[in-house]
Design a protein around this ligand. Sequence first.
Ligand SMILES: Nc1ncnc2c1ncn2[C@@H]1O[C@H](COP(=O)(O)OP(=O)(O)OP(=O)(O)O)[C@@H](O)[C@H]1O
Length: 246
Amino acid sequence: MTTPPLLLASDLHKAYNGKPALKGVGLSLQAGEMCALLGPNGAGKSTLLQLLTGLFNPDQGQITVLGHDMQTQPALALRGLGVVFQQSALDMDLPVLSNLLFHTDLHGIPRRTARARIDEGLAAMGLTDQGRAVVRSLSGGTRRKVELVRALLHQPQVLLMDEATVGLDPGSRQQLLDTVRGLCRERGMAVLWATHLIEEAQMADRLLLLHEGAARFDGSVDAFMQAAQGSDFQTEVLRQLEKKGL
Ligand SMILES: Nc1ncnc2c1ncn2[C@@H]1O[C@H](COP(=O)(O)OP(=O)(O)OP(=O)(O)O)[C@@H](O)[C@H]1O
């Protein structure tokens, strides 16, 4: 028996000043699944994430999170989503703890519960002793981990990561990827991981390959590799991207 997807998007269209940025993209995320959203600059990744986070509405198409429609029930839909944006959502001049409490207050989480979740989240990232540190004083990798702790405080079932590893050294990148993979396995969280780095996409369960606003591939990484017929992942990605637009 198949379970309903945690996030479902169908036939999304979005144009800027008449120029299409998304041309009928769909996406379905199951519990425990990590899906890489891969595409070159201008492919439409940020546009798709902005639609999925309810930042603006699609010109056409529908998005539901845990069965709640993003346009008609945005509060319920957004409750199910955690987001780590490309741009930091943290106040650089405030301590980590204040930043995290700001987020739990926004979500109406009682302070006692909030404190317990913050302690747990920081401990899970190895940041127990960083609660009082001002964000600006932290390394880029540590800030990203704090962003992830923040995004998980309201216990979302779907996590959207937008180019979350930009600016991180290879060790920190791998650590963040491993942490997120662990969340999929241990908590059954569904993750959409937007990246333009081919080697990151290869570590996901699924791949949504976007080019010029349309999906070039949507399926398991295993199926993608079968289609590659002996080529490596990177060669196959480049081959798919070089195909003439549909
Ligand atoms: N606010 C905007 N106004 C006009 N055009 C836009 C706007 N945002 C994006 N676009 C255009 O839409 C298309 C898709 O852009 P988008 O930023 O979604 O791609 P992307 O895959 O996230 O690219 P990148 O990897 O460079 O961030 C591009 O042609 C871009 O120029």
